[in-house]
Design a protein around this ligand. Structure first.
Ligand code: NAI
Ligand code: MG
Length: 501
């Protein structure tokens, strides 16, 4: 494959080797195989539109094969019969392999997703291996409880058992990290898994599949299927042999998965969906750090983040000052190829997403005041999907720009006058994933944190994550909590055992 990269950048040999190794296959039952009907699709470098690789497109029958393998591995062991401590060792081994190949995985992530190499290498990669290590620890700590009941001579205890065969469907914004968020707790709990990366960014999941084999996981414990939502994802959600689906992506697709579960075997479902998160700056905030934080909350990852701080509420007395600061910061952001040193943000992930984001920007021009940005970038970047950091100022919360998840570098900024007004407006959204608040007044910060309907609230900061801290949505941002101890509930079932003594 001929790759066009910035002239001063050379890919590592191992990365080049993976790209050049021919069409990518499906990992089913411990072996790489093509799709049964031989179909493939291409994955593209969003920085220049070039094809990176041909990838197998898994059809309904491939999904059935993978489910069969995962079922056999679950029912017949050794995975499900292994001690938790032993499963933990496998997870730890995989984490070590991720660290050993971090430079290569980071390059693949930047090729496929577009994010700056520095971000892939220092952000996504260590977060992914840490995630496996965190859940490696939990594998040996899955406890039930003893329950005092009012009926005499009964001893009741609970067992925490794995859910079974789990389907993990993930998006393209943090490809390897999302795989880790789902695989690590699922495996720690003793499930067998079928992972489907997003069709835009399959490469790091496929390289992870090679590391899974190197780590020696028993056949069928981790299967990796590539393909689009239709048919691959839909077949996973509808399959009668899948016990649970964990999904991260759009609210629209979340609804389809829930429907597919309802119409098939009522599999367990957890959904981490979209957001339109409010980020609030009070007049008494440390204004300088609030501006920096708010700028990063929306523009890092070019706004392609479920928790993006896309609705900014600024208290009236500092409105002009903050808006001006935001504009200045936005205009200093360097947009470009993820392989160009010192670039802050990369491209939008695909031509389709670019079109969607530009549609919101064009619509926004007529409904709100464009403060800065608004253009697709041309020149050297014309072949890629690059958009300027864009700020709109508005007074109306019912504009599409303010209501919908855009998933691009677009901030909607407005002024507010009171806590009461703020809380009502911050909560007037179908979503409830995250929120931020900047103030030096402790009571104000906590009052807002309690009043806002969101699964995560950051006070005087934004966008921090840790494997130990639960994360998930309110309202149409989904249900179920990933990370932390809470994620164990997603991947286990509780059995009550009654003993007459
Ligand atoms: P999507 O939700 O359609 O795709 C996410 C994953 O779901 C991919 O792996 C895809 O193949 C799979 N999928 C799609 N249709 C499916 C179906 N019927 N059954 C099972 N799996 C299916 O998101 P898409 O189309 O990439 O982006 C559209 C919008 O979704 C974005 O603009 C953004 O607003 C939102 N989104 C939110 C994310 C988040 O982290 N909350 C991540 C990605 C997208
Ligand atoms: Mg889609």
């Amino acid at each position: 494959m001929s790759l066009t990269l910035p002239s001063d950048f050379t890919l590592r040999e191992s990365t080049r080797k993976f790209i050049d190794s021919g069409p990518k296959q499906l990992l089913i039952n411990g072996a790489w195989v093509p799709a049964l009907d031989g179909q493939t699709f291409s994955t593209v470098n969003p920085a220049n539109g070039e094809e990176l690789a041909q990838v197998a497109l898994a059809g309904v029958e491939d999904v059935a094969r993978a489910v069969h393998a995962a079922r056999a591995a679950f029912e017949m062991g050794p995975w499900s019969q292994m001690s938790g401590a032993e499963r933990g060792e496998y997870l730890w081994r995989l984490a070590d392999l991720i660290d050993q190949h971090a430079d290569e995985l980071a390059e693949l992530e930047t090729l496929d997703n577009g994010k700056p190499l520095r971000v892939s290498r220092r952000g996504d990669l260590p977060a992914a291996s840490k995630h496996f290590r965190y859940y490696a620890g939990w594998a040996s700590k899955l406890e039930g409880s003893t329950i005092p009941v009012s009926i005499p001579n009964q001893f009741v205890y609970t067992l925490r058992e794995p859910a079974g065969v789990v389907a993990l469907i993930i998006p393209w914004n943090f490809p390897l990290l999302m795989a880790a968020w789902k695989l690590a707790p699922a495996l720690a709990c003793g499930n067998t898994a079928i992972l489907k990366p997003a069709e835009e960014t399959p490469l790091t999941a496929l390289r992870l599949g090679e590391l899974v084999l190197e780590a020696g996981f028993p056949d069928g414990v981790i299967n990796i299927l590539t393909g689009p939502g239709e048919p691959t994802g839909a077949a996973m959600a509808a399959n009668m042999g899948v016990d649970k689906v964990a999904f991260t992506g759009s609210t629209e697709t979340g609804r389809k998965i829930l429907r597919a579960a309802a119409d098939s075997n009522l599999k367990k479902v957890s959904l981490e969906l979209g957001g339109k998160s409010p980020n609030v700056i009070f007049a008494d905030a440390n204004i300088e750090s609030a501006i920096k934080g708010a700028n990063w909350a929306i523009f890092s990852t070019a706004g392609q983040e479920c928790v993006a701080g896309s609705r900014l509420f600024i208290e009236r007395p500092v409105y002009e000052q903050v808006l001006d600061g935001l504009r200045q910061q936005a205009e200093r952001i360097r947009v470009g190829s993820g392989f160009t040193p010192k670039v802050h943000i990369g491209p939008i992930v695909s031509a389709a997403q670019l079109e969607r984001v530009m549609g919101y920007i064009e619509g926004g021009r007529e409904q709100a005041d464009l403060v800065t940005g608004g253009q697709r970038l041309g020149g050297d970047l014309a072949e890629g999907y690059f958009i300027q950091p864009t700020i709109f100022a508005h007074q109306k919360d019912d504009l599409p720009l303010v209501k919908d998840e855009i998933f691009g570098p677009v901030a909607a900024v407005t002024a507010f006058d009171s806590m009461e007004e703020l809380v009502a407006r911050a909560n007037s959204t179908a979503y409830g994933l995250a929120a931020g608040v900047w103030t030096q007044n402790l009571s104000k910060a906590h009052r807002f944190a309690q009043a806002v309907k969101a699964g995560t609230v950051w006070i005087n900061g934004y966008g921090m994550f840790d494997a130990a801290a639960p994360f998930g949505g309110y309202k149409e941002s989904g249900f179920g909590r990933e990370m932390g101890k809470e994620a164990l509930d997603l991947y286990t079932r509780v059995k009550s055992v009654w003993v007459s003594i």
